[in-house]
Design a protein around this ligand. Structure first.
Ligand SMILES: [Fe+2]
Ligand SMILES: [Fe+2]
Length: 309
């Protein structure tokens, strides 16, 4: 059976049968009469709320968790909010339909083109060959199984798509290039900043698993990043010195700014600013694209009108 076009299925009163995918554990809430389940189905750029009113139906989802299901849904609306009412849902039995069929991907040709261009520009700004050799060795180490290239940058925020982590990293490097061009002083430190941007989120390969929280998500990606990069400590110190390695650690620890361990070096502060600009702008654009009325809600600011004029 086909994958359900979620936007199409929202048409009020319309019944649709087909495959759906749940990537985040739905919630069970208590209602006036009974408990009910609220969750989200995703398919490529579509992300639609569903509700299940009967426990004997949502029991299947509680038992099997996230993944691909066969469902019978009905387009519904309450107080202007559209959602899908689920009348039947069972785990997908057709092995040909996989979770990755539902997940949005950054086209890998785009990634390769960006990568080549960025490497050329950063080399022109002074990044040394030994810096590239270390970066290549760290992100392509066999134990990562190529996942730096496929994992998402987030589960529910910016760049939550296959290849999102490398895409987020490359977009940050483009911002770094501009900052280095604007500030000659940074040219002497371009190896540290380049390696810092490349590795700041490397621990997400362990925190997440195919855009879901990994089993040990609670030891966050900053801790896992420090742990992973420590395997290359001797190589990094041999190419530079211990201070360079400790500065790199400070970038991984402090890159969330006031939302984590505070930055303790200027390098960590710079990477935090680049990370914030890149992820927040991407998120604003994603929210606007997904909004049906081009109006978005930001917790600290309230409603924002879209870019149309
Ligand atoms: Fe991060
Ligand atoms: Fe990041």
């Amino acid at each position: 059976m086909a994958i359900i076009d979620l936007k199409d299925a929202l048409t009020r009163g319309q019944r649709t049968k087909g495959s759906v995918c749940i990537t985040q554990t739905p919630q069970v809430r208590s209602g006036k009469k009974n408990d009910f389940m609220v969750g989200r189905f995703v398919n490529q750029d579509q992300d639609v709320e569903f509700k299940i009113w009967d426990e004997y139906i949502y029991g299947q989802v509680l038992e099997y968790g996230t993944g691909v299901y066969q469902a019978d849904v009905e387009g519904s609306e309450f107080n202007g909010q559209q959602y899908l009412t689920v009348h039947r849902i069972e785990p997908e039995l057709d092995p040909a339909i996989k979770k990755e069929d539902f997940l949005e991907k950054v086209p890998s040709d785009n990634i390769m083109l960006m990568w080549k261009e960025i490497r050329k520009q950063l080399t022109a700004l002074g990044v040394k060959q030994e810096c590239w050799n270390l970066i290549d060795a760290i992100i392509n180490a066999p134990e990562l199984e190529g996942r730096f290239m496929t994992e998402g940058a987030a589960v529910s925020h910016h760049d939550s798509l296959i290849g999102g982590l490398v895409h987020h990293t490359l977009k940050m490097l483009r911002i770094l290039i501009t900052l280095v061009k604007n500030n000659d002083y940074l040219k002497d430190h371009v190896d540290l900043l380049t390696m810092g941007v490349f590795l700041h989120d490397i621990g997400k390969v362990f925190e997440y698993n195919e855009l879901e929280m990994g089993p040990y998500w609670y030891a966050n990606h900053r801790v896992r990043g420090i742990e992973y990069v420590s395997k290359f400590k001797d190589d990094i110190i041999a190419a530079y010195n211990e201070a360079f390695y400790r500065q790199l650690q400070s970038i991984i620890i402090g890159h969330h700014g006031e939302f984590g361990d505070r930055p303790t070096t200027v390098a960590a502060g710079i990477v935090h600013y680049i990370d914030t600009v890149e992820s927040q702008v991407t998120e604003l654009i994603d929210l606007e694209k997904k909004s049906s009325d081009k109006k978005i809600y930001i917790r600290d600011w309230g409603y924002l009108a879209g870019l149309d004029y």
